[in-house]
Design a protein around this ligand. Structure first.
Ligand SMILES: NC(=O)c1ccc[n+]([C@@H]2O[C@H](COP(=O)([O-])OP(=O)(O)OC[C@H]3O[C@@H](n4cnc5c(N)ncnc54)[C@H](OP(=O)(O)O)[C@@H]3O)[C@@H](O)[C@H]2O)c1
Length: 406
């Protein structure tokens, strides 16, 4: 965060001044009595007595006002507004910030979208429960709590290793399959066209369903067969054969929509340059206060590709820090919501799906409390998020020996 400088006006007297001088007396008498004639009519002694009284009263009042103001000004909305104006001006003149920080709001004080419509015509719920690192023995309860609260969208993946428990909890919830949105993801080991359908079938069997609402290529990285996470650079650079197999899964009715995850603009264009039968419906990427990716967001809007915000709270590694960001705490306090609710609402207001993960029922409920934010709040958060160096919390590039973001 940029350091904030406070400016205070100097007052005429300081505590170090003991007795007011005649100059100050005369000044304040003149201030208090607009007409010199009024003073003229009084005897000098009486005038001075009254002047003393007025001066002392003024002195005490201004002394108190100054100290009260100095103590509390920094935390007022006026001060916050001044700081904000200052930052906006700096940004306008390109004196601060990383990347763009346009107002990405889709709703200006209006209601937030509860769903987005995909190219297939399907409506995907804007808020999902993420289940990465939701351990066995806890993920089922989390799913049931979420469904009870009104969540209808679960974001899972083959690699999360918890699809069977997710499926079991869904069945126990009694909610009809048609009312739910289930997403899963194709792991890197299964990009070879002949491996796609068996991997999908495994996810379907574990979830206990015969179709997915959305199936994503989890990473733009293909591993060679053999289980050593050795990168197949050819298939990584050309994901079209994998994509064609996903299109076939749509034709077969095993998935209703297909998409990508962790693709940058170059990799998206590399894929969509092919004669696709089905265009990617979404791109699931890291979007958070730490990594807001305004350029990707803008580009995706211009190119009609919906983004899904993963790690929206900064993931387990940075969630504490996210919730402790001074600007977010201040905005959330002003709006009477929690910082987590502020971030999650901000993502929806930016026009993305958002996938907060929690296995704690109180936090699951908190995270579902999405509200429409005033434009000023969105802009403040957008500027704050784009004013520091972007930082990814999820980046396996080094482990896999491939620059995923290139
Ligand atoms: N496509 C991809 O490559 C990819 C990568 C990463 C994530 N994702 C998806 O995105 C989902 C979300 O991302 P994420 O799990 O990395 O991170 P996240 O949702 O940003 O943060 C999850 C962490 O925040 C805690 N938390 C949640 N709500 C909270 C609240 N209101 N107050 C305080 N702490 C809270 C959770 O702990 P508790 O559970 O204890 O509440 C957990 O430690 C994943 O579950 C997954 O579905 C996809």
């Amino acid at each position: 965060m940029a350091p904030v400088t406070h400016h205070y006006e100097k007052v005429p007297y300081s505590s170090s001044q003991e007795e007011p001088t005649d100059y100050y007396l005369a000044y304040h008498i003149a201030e208090a009595h607009s007409s010199e004639q009024v003073i003229e009519r009084q005897p000098r002694k009486k005038r001075l007595g009254r002047a003393h009284f007025i001066f002392i009263a003024l002195f005490i009042v201004s002394y108190m006002v100054f100290f009260i103001a100095r103590g509390s000004f920094a935390s007022t909305r006026v001060a916050a507004g001044m700081r904000q104006k200052c930052r906006e001006t700096m940004h306008r003149f390109g004196l601060a910030g990383h990347g763009m920080h346009r107002n990405m709001s889709t709703a200006t004080g209006a209601k937030l979208p509860t769903h987005y419509t995909l190219p297939s015509g399907d409506k995907i719920p804007a808020v999902a429960l993420g289940v990465w690192r939701a351990g066995r023995g806890e993920v089922g309860e989390a799913i049931k709590a979420a469904l009870k609260l009104g969540y209808r969208h679960i974001d899972g993946a083959w690699i999360y290793g918890n699809e069977a428990e997710v499926g079991q909890a869904i069945r126990e919830s009694g909610i009809p399959r048609k009312d739910l949105w289930l997403t899963s993801k194709l792991w890197n080991t299964f990009h070879a066209p002949e491996d796609v359908e068996p991997a999908l079938d495994e996810s379907l069997a574990r979830l206990g369903t015969d179709y997915l609402d959305l199936y994503l290529i989890h990473w733009p990285v293909a591993f060679k067969k053999g289980g050593n996470n050795d990168v197949d650079f050819e298939l990584t650079e050309n994901p079209y054969p994998t994509w064609q197999k996903l299109e076939e899964m749509v034709e077969k009715g095993k998935v209703r929509n297909i998409g990508i995850s962790n693709f940058n603009i170059r990799r998206i264009q590399n894929l969509t340059a092919n004669p696709l039968k089905v265009k990617p419906a979404v791109n699931q990427v890291e979007l958070s206060y730490w990594n807001p990716q305004p350029e990707l967001l803008q580009w995706s809007k211009e190119n009609g590709l919906l983004l899904e915000a993963y790690s929206p709270l900064g993931s387990a590694e940075k969630v504490k820090e996210s919730l402790d960001v001074a600007e977010a705490k201040e905005i959330a306090k002003d709006l009477g919501i929690t910082p987590a609710q502020l971030y999650i609402s901000w993502h929806v207001q930016r026009g993305t799906i958002v996938l907060p993960k929690s296995v704690n029922s109180a936090r699951i409920e908190e995270n579902f409390g999405v509200v429409a934010l005033p434009d000023s709040a969105i802009q403040r958060l957008e500027i704050a998020a784009t004013s520091h160096k972007p930082l990814r919390t999820v980046d396996p590039s080094k482990n896999w020996g491939v620059d995923i973001w290139n």
